[in-house]
Design a protein around this ligand. Structure first.
Ligand code: ATP
Length: 447
C-alpha cells in the first residue's frame, strides 16, 4: 500500500486535553449531555448550535468527496427500522455480539476484549472476580405496531451498510451505474454498547458515513488498496496532522471470516490510538447472503463479456460523530498573546462551524444596521455568526474558540469608507477590505 504509516510512535496528547475539549464543547455549545435537566442520560449527547454545524460539515465534506465529486457513486437514505430477516441474513442476529463479563465483587460490567488486563476489574481492582464471558447482542430490539411479541419484532439498525445491500438491485436498475460503482449513505446507527464512554467516542446512538463499492471479483484487491489510500488522504486533506493519523492493517486473527483484508484509519486520541474508520474487502459475502435469504438474484450480467457474477464489495465505514470529535481534538491549540492565553481551534475551513463572524464594533444603531446588511450579504453564501455583545477583543476570542476562520468588523470608519476589517483566525492579521469586494475576498480563501 502506498500510504505511509507513522513510523515514529508520537506521544499521545495529554489526558488533560480530553477534559479541556469536553469543557469547551459544553461551554461553547458544541455538545451537551442529553436530558441534562433530568440529571442526564448516560453516554447520550445532544449537539448544540455550534456542534450541529461541525457535525454537518463533517458529513457534508464526506458526501462531497464520496458522492458529489464522483461519477461512480450514488447516494441512499434507507430506513432505520428493519425486520429480523435482514439481520438474520447479514449474520448480525447470530454474531453481532461482544463478550460481556460481570465482576462478582462490585457487580460492574465490562467488555472483555477492551480490558487492559482480562483478569483484573478496573473498577474495584479485584483479580479473578469475573464471570465466564457471555455473548451479548448489541442490537436494539423493539416492536412495530401495537402488538408486542413474536412476529412484530424489529431492530434499530446497528450499521447503515445493510440498507445498501438490500437496495443493490433497486439502485442498479434505476441509476444506470455498472460495477465498479458505489452506494453511499450517512445516518444514525444504534448499538447497545456494554461500555460506552470517552465522551462521544463510543455512544449507543451515533452517526455513520458508509459506502459500499461493488466491483468485479478480479478487481477487488486493487480497489481495496485504492480506497485505503483515498480514505486516509481525506483526513489529511481536511486538516488532520499526519502525526495523529495512521492506517493500520488488521492482523489475520482480527479479520472477520468473510474479509480478506481490513485496515483501520486510526487517530491518536488522548488515551491512545483508536479507530475512526474501517476499510474492508468483504468479498461477495453480503450479496450472496441476502440473495440466499430473500430468494432474489443479486448479481450482475456484464453484456460486454457475457459473464454473470456476484460483485465483490469494498466498504469504507466511518463514524461521523467520532470523526467530528477527532477534528476538535486535532484542532485544539493554545498560545500566549500579549501575556494572555488564547485558545484557538485551527479547524480546516470546510469543517469550521461558522466560516465568518460579523461584529459591529459597538451596539450603536449606526453600526448594527449596516453590520446586519453585511451579515445578509455573506449569509446567502456561508454559515455566518453575528455578535454585537461585549468588547471586540472578547468576541474575537470566542470566535477563535469555536474555530471561525474570519471575523469581519464594522466600525465607525466603515460608515465613511465602505470598508471593513477582516481578521484571520490563525495569524490574527487584520486587513481593510471594501465591502464591495468582501464576498470575492472571502471566497478566494474559503474554497
Ligand atoms: P469498535 O471496534 O470501536 O466497536 P467497530 O469496528 O465495531 O468499532 P464498525 O462496525 O467498523 O466499528 O463501524 C464503523 C465506524 O462507525 C467506526 O469506525 C466508528 O467510527 C463508528 N462507530 C462504531 N461504533 C460506534 C459507537 N458506539 N459510537 C460512535 N461511533 C461508532
Amino acid at each position: 500500500m502506498s500510504v505511509p504509516e507513522s513510523d515514529a510512535e508520537p506521544e499521545a496528547p495529554s489526558p488533560e486535553l480530553f477534559d479541556k475539549i469536553v469543557n469547551l464543547a459544553k461551554r461553547r455549545g458544541f455538545v451537551f449531555p442529553s436530558a441534562e435537566i433530568y440529571g442526564g442520560f448516560r453516554s447520550t449527547y445532544d449537539y448544540g448550535p455550534v456542534g450541529v454545524l461541525l457535525l454537518r460539515n463533517v458529513k457534508d465534506a464526506w458526501w462531497r468527496s464520496m458522492v458529489q465529486l464522483r461519477h461512480d457513486v450514488v447516494g441512499l437514505d434507507a430506513a432505520i427500522l428493519s425486520p429480523p430477516q435482514v439481520w438474520e441474513a447479514s449474520g448480525h442476529l447470530a454474531n453481532f455480539t461482544d463478550p460481556l463479563v460481570d465482576c462478582t465483587k462490585c457487580q460492574s460490567r465490562w467488555r472483555l476484549d477492551k480490558l487492559d488486563d482480562p483478569d483484573v476489574c478496573p473498577s474495584c481492582g479485584a483479580r479473578g472476580s469475573f464471570t465466564e464471558p457471555r455473548a451479548f447482542n448489541l442490537m436494539f430490539k423493539t416492536h412495530a405496531g401495537p402488538v408486542e411479541g413474536a412476529g412484530h419484532e424489529v431492530y434499530l439498525r446497528p450499521e447503515t451498510a445493510q440498507g445498501m445491500f438490500v437496495n443493490f438491485a433497486n439502485v442498479l436498475n434505476t441509476s444506470r451505474k455498472r460495477p465498479p460503482f458505489g452506494i453511499a449513505q450517512i445516518g444514525k446507527s444504534f448499538r447497545n454498547e456494554i461500555t460506552p464512554g470517552n465522551f462521544v467516542f463510543r455512544t449507543r446512538e451515533f452517526e455513520q458515513m458508509e459506502m459500499e463499492f461493488f466491483v468485479p471479483p478480479d478487481e477487488a484487491e486493487r480497489w481495496y488498496g485504492y480506497w485505503c489510500d483515498e480514505r486516509y488522504r481525506w483526513y489529511l486533506d481536511h486538516g488532520m496532522p499526519s502525526h495523529l493519523l495512521r492506517l493500520r492493517p488488521h492482523d489475520a486473527d482480527e479479520l472477520s471470516h468473510y474479509s480478506s483484508g481490513t485496515s483501520d484509519v486510526e487517530f491518536l486520541f488522548p488515551w491512545g490510538w483508536d479507530e475512526l474508520e474501517g476499510i474492508a474487502n468483504r468479498g461477495d459475502y453480503d450479496l450472496t447472503q441476502h440473495s440466499k435469504h430473500s430468494g432474489e438474484k443479486l448479481d450482475y450480467f456484464d453484456q460486454a463479456t457475457g459473464e454473470r457474477y456476484v460483485p465483490h464489495v469494498i466498504e469504507p465505514a466511518a463514524g461521523a460523530t467520532r470523526t467530528a470529535f477527532a477534528f476538535l481534538i486535532a484542532a485544539y491549540d493554545t498560545e500566549e498573546v500579549r501575556g494572555e492565553e488564547r485558545t484557538v481551534l485551527r479547524l480546516h475551513h470546510r469543517i469550521a462551524p461558522y466560516k465568518v463572524a460579523v461584529l459591529p464594533l459597538s451596539r450603536k444603531d449606526e453600526l448594527t444596521g449596516p453590520a446586519r446588511d453585511v451579515f445578509d450579504l455573506l449569509a446567502a453564501r456561508w454559515m455566518v455568526d453575528y455578535d454585537e455583545t461585549q468588547a471586540i477583543g472578547r468576541r474575537y476570542r470566542r470566535q477563535d474558540e469555536i474555530g471561525t476562520p474570519y471575523c469581519v468588523t464594522f466600525d465607525f470608519e466603515s460608515i465613511d469608507d465602505g470598508a471593513v476589517t477582516v481578521r484571520d483566525r490563525d495569524s490574527m492579521d487584520q486587513e481593510r477590505v471594501p465591502i464591495a469586494e468582501l464576498v470575492d475576498h472571502l471566497a478566494q480563501r474559503l474554497t
